[in-house]
Design a protein around this ligand. Structure first.
Ligand code: ADP
Ligand code: ZN
Ligand code: ZN
Length: 743
């Protein structure tokens, strides 16, 4: 006998509330997860519509009390059933509860009423505002508040009341004064407000060049024949990928279809967003992760009602309930942020492909540095590869120098800038062109390296960098091996060894010493704390308020500054030393993307890569912006060590406030897997590299196998076992398939 759990109300607070029904024999082959059914409800002969969440063979209550489903409403393939099916797919492939999976795909309806925020709108034209500003400046003692308020309004035209009074600390009496003068109007923020209404639309569509139109034509030719595929649009930096997306979206609009555009959160800058608004106006909607659940719900409602046709946003925008989805575009598809860090730990790329399959839509993955996974799929023919090999308008790729830092030190240069970089900086400053300095710090926390030979101190047993702890101890997180921090480099005896402490502030100081008075901007975790901190810095740099922008990985993402003609990459190899198998891939991506920032305008650019490992293939390939060369090396390494995409990994994390419990539960899981007696790689249960977070202990067991489905089967087995055993009730078990972060 077959039973199913039915939910009658999808508003979120009640997601746990399901009712069990029996599936009558004649419907057994029809009922599936997500389908919409009619059920008897209560004793008054009432019927309701509901959705099937899951199927099972076990009755939860006495069989005689379980009623039958009345019918399956197969005439309606609603967006809700599609999203429930997607949730079930996510649950199956990534491991989580159905409840969590549903919360991931369905918008959260909150009771909380969106609070009515006030906004201040500037009514003066730009020219009038400028005139008033000049008048103010002519006064002997202009009010600094008035001046700031006017300048802010000139910059943004619409500002929230709270930003003015709280963030900017301008007394609200000045806003009222402006209101009396008729300069501004105070409005309640409209529900579903769409910022584009206040903006003029400028259509800056470019005619496509030959490579761009070949890509567009190929996709649309298939589309016209009803062939929907996944495409990998591999185009070098500045080759005009966004323009290709725009043409495809335009086509979807003409057909009355909707498009989802995923962009990494960090690249969701004003600049990118504006490009979409300016092209498509009102039908664009934007999401970001700072939105409240209520705001997100509003956006999804708009989408469902057909008020918007294009949703631009990070990972979660993938679940926009478009009824007539035509295409999903994932820009910068190689980005780590497309993998969810919370259960269910899904990858947006795979879920996009599945959603598109359900909706008969196509997927376009775009990148200048495709993930090894995607490129491998393109090589195998699972994705179709489309290439843009040239920058638009035949602009040259930047010229790139690789500088060996060991040689610099030997020749007596102890500053952080090589002679080549210093010389080029001098040149650009003299010409009034801008510079970006990129500090690659990824994966360097606590590791010790030698400035003379570049050697990183690694564990003799595990070949991963050791980390510096208190009392000058170096510890290996994989095996626990501990040594005392040496005084000199174990490989060359140089005394110049130490932790990599260089931060963006240090770089800024060094710039000032070298070029006193030069204007710099810093972009790092500190300076971008405020709500719009990130965008503000970029805007200032774009307005040429500084000559040099210094930053961490944040600065490499998709920005387009036409006046930047030099990019300096300090410590290029740092990400190579991160303790996970993606080190070379991350390095290649970061360097190529950073280098790609140079020379995007009509002036050609230069890049200087400073490194201790000039011979490393990922650095050599990045200097040439040669993805194929990088891939050819990398895939051999992945095959040899059986890392994704050549095999799949499943990381099982066990957490508990009691260390013995976490350890014992992890051991039991290890035994369960080893008892299967399969030829499958299974590590022993060990403490995770971060062994404790907020007093919760963490143990991991990790598996590797060529077959993803076999790992899913093992996950199911463990889930089942956990369901039926409560020996370690205060341990939690988490699954992570093909993890993107180290563990
Ligand atoms: P990518 O996303 O590949 O880095 P973009 O789409 O940002 O490249 O394009 C880089 C710049 O070139 C943008 O300023 C864009 O407006 C411009 N551009 C794109 N396509 C064309 C074209 N066919 N002709 C002229 N300029 C173009
Ligand atoms: Zn070790
Ligand atoms: Zn050394």
């Amino acid at each position: 006998m077959l039973f199913c759990d039915v939910i009658v109300d999808l508003s979120l607070e009640k997601l746990d509330k399901t009712f069990q029904y029996r599936v009558p024999n004649h419907l057994e082959n029809v009922v599936q997860e997500g389908c919409s059914v009619v059920i008897p409800f209560g004793n008054g002969g009432r019927t309701l519509n509901g959705f099937v969440l899951s199927l099972s063979k076990e009755p939860k209550i006495e069989i005689s009390r379980i009623k039958d489903i009345i019918e399956v409403r197969d005439d309606q393939i609603t967006i809700e059933s599609q999203m429930i099916r997607l949730a079930a797919w996510i649950k199956r492939n990534y491991g989580s509860t159905m409840n969590l999976a549903l919360k991931t795909v369905l918008p959260i309806k909150t009771k909380e009423k969106a609070k009515q925020e006030k906004e201040v709108h500037l009514l003066l034209s730009d020219a009038e505002a400028r005139e008033q500003r000049n008048l103010m400046l002519k006064k002997t003692k202009p009010s600094k508040y008035k001046l700031r308020l006017l300048e802010l309004l000139m910059e943004q035209r619409i500002i929230s009341w709270d930003v003015i009074s709280k963030e900017q600390e301008i007394p609200t009496s000045y806003i009222r004064e402006f209101e009396k003068l008729g300069w501004v109007e105070i409005q309640l923020k409209r529900a579903y407000r769409n910022p584009v209404k206040e903006m003029e639309r400028m259509d800056k569509s470019h005619p496509l060049n030959e490579e761009q139109s070949r890509a567009v034509t190929q996709i649309l030719k298939n589309h016209a024949k009803n062939i929907e595929k996944t495409y990998l649009l591999y185009g070098v930096t500045g080759s005009g990928k966004t323009e290709v997306y725009m043409h495809l979206i335009q086509k979807m609009l003409e057909e009355g279809k909707e498009t989802i555009v995923l962009i990494p959160e960090i690249a969701l800058t004003r600049q990118t967003v504006m490009r979409f608004y300016q092209r498509f106006g009102d039908v664009v909607s934007i999401m970001n992760s700072r939105m409240t659940p209520g705001e997100r719900y509003d956006q999804f409602e708009r989408a469902k009602k057909g008020d918007c046709k294009i949703m631009v946003g990070p990972r979660s925008a993938l679940f926009t309930p478009f009824q007539n989805l035509g295409m999903i575009i994932i820009d910068e598809e190689h980005e780590n942020s497309y993998k969810s860090e919370q259960a269910p730990k899904y990858h947006a790329r795979s879920v996009a492909v599945e959603r598109a399959r359900m909706a008969n839509a196509s997927v376009v993955l775009g990148s200048a540095t495709p993930s090894v996974e995607s490129y491998a799929k393109a090589m195998e023919g699972e994705y179709e590869l489309l290439r843009l090999t040239k920058r638009v308008e035949e602009r040259p790729l930047p010229e790139c120098d690789v500088v060996d830092l060991r040689a610099e030190l030997k020749s007596g240069n102890r500053t952080i800038f090589s002679r080549r970089l210093t010389e080029l900086m001098q040149d650009r400053l003299a010409k009034g062109e801008q510079i970006m300095l990129f500090l690659n710090r990824r994966g360097m926390l606590g590791t010790i390296s030698c400035r003379a030979c570049g050697e990183v101190i690694k564990c003799p047993h595990c070949d991963v960098p050791m980390s510096l702890h208190r009392n000058q101890k170096l510890i290996c997180h994989y095996c626990g091996h501990t040594i005392v921090m040496p005084k000199t480099c174990p490989s060359c005896n140089s005394p110049y060894i130490g932790g990599f402490r260089m931060g963006t502030e240090k770089v800024e100081d060094s710039v000032q010493k070298l070029f006193p008075g030069v204007k710099t901007l810093r972009m790092d975790a500190d300076t971008t704390k405020g709500k719009e901190g990130h965008a503000k810095i970029l805007e200032k740099f774009e307005n040429r308020e500084a000559d040099i922008l210094i930053g961490t990985q944040m600065i490499v993402k998709g920005h387009d500054f036409s006046n930047v003609t030099l990019v300096g990459i300090l410590a290029a190899d740092m990400s190579l030393n991160a303790n996970d198998y993606r080190g070379a891939e991350r390095t290649f991506q970061l360097l190529t993307q950073a280098a790609g920032r140079a020379g995007r305008g009509d002036k050609p650019g230069n890049v200087v890569i400073q490194t201790y490992q000039p011979e490393h293939f990922s650095i050599k390939a990045a200097a040439k912006q040669d993805y194929e060369e990088f891939y050819a090396h990398e895939i051999i390494y992945r095959k040899m060590l059986r890392y994704p995409p050549c095999a799949h990994m499943l990381m099982i994390l066990v957490t508990s406030p009691k260390e013995e419990v976490a350890g014992a539960q992890a051991k039991e899981i290890e035994k369960l897997i080893k008892d299967r007696r399969e030829r499958i790689f299974c590590s022993s249960a060990e403490p995770a590299s971060i062994a404790k977070i907020q007093d919760v202990y963490r143990y991991v067991v990790y598996l590797k196998d060529a077959e993803y489905d076999r790992l899913v089967e093992i996950k199911d087995q463990i889930e089942n076992y956990l369901l039926n055993s409560n020996r370690y009730s205060n341990a939690m078990v988490w699954f992570d398939f093909d993890p993107m972060s180290s563990f």
